[in-house]
Design a protein around this ligand. Structure first.
Ligand code: NAD
Length: 290
């Protein structure tokens, strides 16, 4: 029976480290990190998520502000707001809250976020730097997956790691992070399923990360004995939140498994704060103190 990787406990441990670090930085410089979340329109669930981010930030000692723009804001107006935040030396980190209106080209706007303030690691320059291992601002969900893997103390070197889902925010950046640890990485996606090969890849996985958004996509009996299973998926089934993996059946075969909810999600929020602290340090501390 797998050990459950409790994301709330892991998040609390990382939060405690960050709390201590922020307190020390405040003593050194007199100021705490200031992060700004730019949200467009008043979407109910986006607001709820932003409020939970704010709570986590304040708990760590980080100043978190929400800038809400009208839902009919133009791309040019949004870029102007981002440029103003880029130029403000009192702002350490910027994020653009999703969803954003279809009329706005998210990728074009993302590239305006200053690479040193890029909390979500979405600027194409930071994505490129990730390939070279040269940025500390790593997309939050893949970073959370890596923290869960680190908490198992399993050496990833040479392990068969299979990722299901190849999105720009989860699967693709995660493949780079796993490669950095010298895992042997396979990335599966919709076409893998359509070719009827998903089960073959999943059966080989010593490390399995699933980020698709389809409940019960991964059957419990596909899991390799002793595999580590990280379920990133979030699905609503009859008013219950579930992941992409059949949890009860998978748990019988895996060595470690994340639950949904309470697995990757709570750690993802803390990774955003960790990026905020890294952004602050790179901008406010003299390079020789860093
Ligand atoms: P996405 O829609 O951008 O990408 C989905 C991926 O799944 C694609 O690579 C697609 O090819 C693949 N896919 C679709 N159907 C498939 C199938 N039948 N077999 C194999 N692959 C298939 O999704 P995303 O934004 O990466 O999010 C994925 C899931 O992770 C969602 O449920 C999302 O809510 C969740 N998520 C959770 C967190 C968190 O912090 N816990 C963060 C981000 C996303």
């Amino acid at each position: 029976m797998a050990t459950i990787l409790d994301g709330r406990v892991l998040a609390q441990n990382i939060k405690s480290v960050l709390q201590q670090e922020v307190a020390e930085l405040k003593e050194k410089t007199g100021v705490v990190p200031r992060l700004v979340n730019v949200m467009i329109g008043l979407d109910h669930s986006a607001c709820a998520y932003a409020n939970s981010q704010k709570k986590v930030a304040e708990n760590i000692g980080i100043n978190y502000e929400l800038t809400i723009l009208p839902s009919d804001v133009t791309q040019q107006e949004l870029i102007t707001v981002i440029k103003r935040l880029n130029a403000d030396p009192c702002v350490d980190g910027i994020m653009i809250h999703k969803p954003i209106p279809a009329a706005i080209d998210y990728r074009a706007v993302a590239n305006y976020v200053d690479i040193e303030k890029d909390l979500e690691g979405i600027n194409v320059a930071n994505i490129g730097k990730m390939i070279l291992g040269e940025t500390r601002l790593i997309p939050c969900t893949p970073a959370a997956v890596m923290e869960h893997l680190k908490s198992t103390a399993i050496d990833l070197k040479g392990k068969e790691a299979v990722i299901v889902g190849h999105s720009e925010i989860v699967g693709k950046p995660l493949s780079l992070l796993l490669l950095r640890e010298l895992a042997t990485v396979t990335v599966c996606h919709l076409a893998t399923s359509q070719a009827g090969r998903l089960v073959d890849h999943v059966r080989r996985a010593e490390i399995l990360v699933v980020a698709v958004g389809k409940a019960s996509l991964i059957k419990g009996d596909w899991i390799r004995e002793g595999a580590v299973v990280i379920d990133v998926g979030i699905n609503r089934v009859e008013d219950k939140m579930v992941g992409d993996v059949e949890f009860d059946a998978a748990r019988k075969r895996a060595s470690f498994i994340t639950p949904v909810p309470g697995g990757v999600g709570p750690v993802t929020v803390v990774m955003l704060m960790r990026n905020g602290v890294e952004a602050y340090k790179s901008q406010r501390l003299k390079k020789d103190m860093y």
